[in-house]
Ligand binder design. Structure first.
Ligand SMILES: Cc1ncc(COP(=O)(O)O)c(C=O)c1O
Length: 409
């Protein structure tokens, strides 16, 4: 007889992995292998973009790199990250405001794991599926901010800080991916300035997830530009080499925050993480070389801006309703005639393709599957053009159109 497991029975993989396993079972091969169409996948091209910089193909590793890393990050990388923000956004953060993690997710997980009990998270109704798992597993309290057709999947900043019905002791931490995954909606300019000013008010903070910082017409969008007093705030900015720097596999991400909050996270690293791989951090230093990043910003916006526009146009023409903002590398869409995204996906699986169901991005859904729950996003889905080469555009559109036409009957 199988013994009762000592570990949680409530730790399923992130929703997207369920899609990947269902895809494999239906198509007979893993998504990403030859002949598949990775429209459900959130990774960028990892090869050189037209006009973009080459990707480094080695790092030197010396005897010093085999030492234990510093809990808060390699001094060279912390400095490179601080310079990256200071030179592009005109801010003045110090290396002590930066903590390095093994990718974006561990940084976000750590912030939520150490939140005080009186801090309530505010999250958009449509956000990146991993947040729901992270909030659940860290025991966070959260309340959902409406994302509807009426508010264009882009509620006003004030909606995240609404104190109606709250006790005086409650403090608020919105979590916003900006540019947004899956919607592509982006707060920039005066709107972002207002958001950061609200986040610096007493009893407020923010976790602004800037994984898609470079994927916007401005070639870089960061709340840091508008932060007045980082060291006296609960502003957390999450960044990573994962998307714009095209290197998800090196597992380097970071959090920018007040020195006090960085110290708490570094203390955690000292007993719970042990720092991050030196070779990976040194690779990230190479990626962040300023002239290289300047070239990458241009190329990322050119390639992905072009892809966003032409896929969006073609999808609208075939009858999909496109609600995407002006950033990121996803389209957020609704199937016509109330068609169901789960069924649509099953039809795509047979042709070697898959999308991410809107249901998985619904932050109000129960974490454990409940057949009685009806999500408002069952006709919605996310299409990723992150990993797609320019050459596949025509065949992608033809395939999407064919499966949609068949489903519409
Ligand atoms: C909104 C968002 N934040 C952060 C990340 C970074 O993830 P990681 O660096 O852990 O792969 C991603 C990647 O999918 C993302 O979509």
């Amino acid at each position: 007889m199988q013994r009762d497991s000592f570990l949680s029975d409530d730790c399923p993989p992130m929703g997207i992995y369920e899609t990947l396993y269902a895809f494999r079972d239906s198509f007979g091969a893993f998504m990403g292998s030859e002949g598949t169409h990775p429209w459900s996948q959130g990774f960028p091209l990892t090869t050189q973009l037209a006009g973009g910089p080459a990707l480094p193909d080695s790092v030197d590793v010396t005897w010093e790199d085999r030492f234990y890393p510093k809990a808060w990050g390699h001094p060279l990388l912390r400095e490179a990250i601080a310079n990256h923000y200071n030179s592009f956004y005109g801010c003045k953060i110090a290396p002590e405001n930066v903590m390095v993690f093994a990718g974006g997710r561990p940084g976000i997980y750590t912030i939520l794991a150490f939140l005080k009990k009186h801090v309530e998270v505010r999250i958009g109704n449509v956000e990146w599926p991993a947040y729901l798992d992270i909030m659940t597993q860290t025991g966070s309290n959260w309340r959902v901010v409406p994302f509807t057709k009426e508010n264009g999947f882009h509620p006003p900043n004030a909606a995240y800080f609404d104190r109606a019905g709250l006790n005086d002791k409650t403090h608020l931490l919105p979590i916003i991916s900006n540019p947004g995954n899956p919607t592509g909606h982006t707060r920039c300019g005066a709107e972002l300035e207002e958001l950061m000013a609200m986040a610096e008010q007493p009893k407020n903070g923010i976790l602004l997830d800037e994984a898609y910082e470079m994927f916007h017409a401005s070639k870089g969008v960061s709340g840091i530009q508008y932060v007045k007093d980082l060291d006296n705030s609960n502003v957390f900015l999450a960044g990573a080499c994962t998307k714009g720097l095209q290197s998800p596999g090196i597992r380097i991400g970071w959090v920018v925050a007040s020195r006090k909050n960085i110290e708490t996270m570094a203390n955690y690293s000292s007993f719970g993480m042990g720092g991050v791989s030196h070779p990976s951090q040194l690779y990230a230093v190479k990626l962040l070389e300023p002239a290289r990043v300047a070239q990458a910003r241009e190329a990322v916006e050119k390639h992905y801006g072009m892809q966003r526009a032409r896929y969006g146009e073609a999808f609208a023409q075939m009858g999909l309703r496109v609600y995407t903002g002006d950033g990121g590398f996803y389209h957020w869409m609704e199937l016509p005639d109330g068609l169901n995204a789960d069924e649509f996906n099953r039809r795509l699986f047979k042709r070697g393709a898959a999308i991410l169901k809107g249901f998985d991005c619904d932050m109000a859904r129960p974490h454990r599957k409940d057949p009685a729950y009806r999500s408002p996003y069952e006709s919605f889905f996310r299409f990723s053009f992150g990993p797609l080469l320019p050459e596949t555009f025509e065949s992608d559109i033809a395939l999407m159109r064919q499966v949609l036409d068949e489903y519409r009957g």
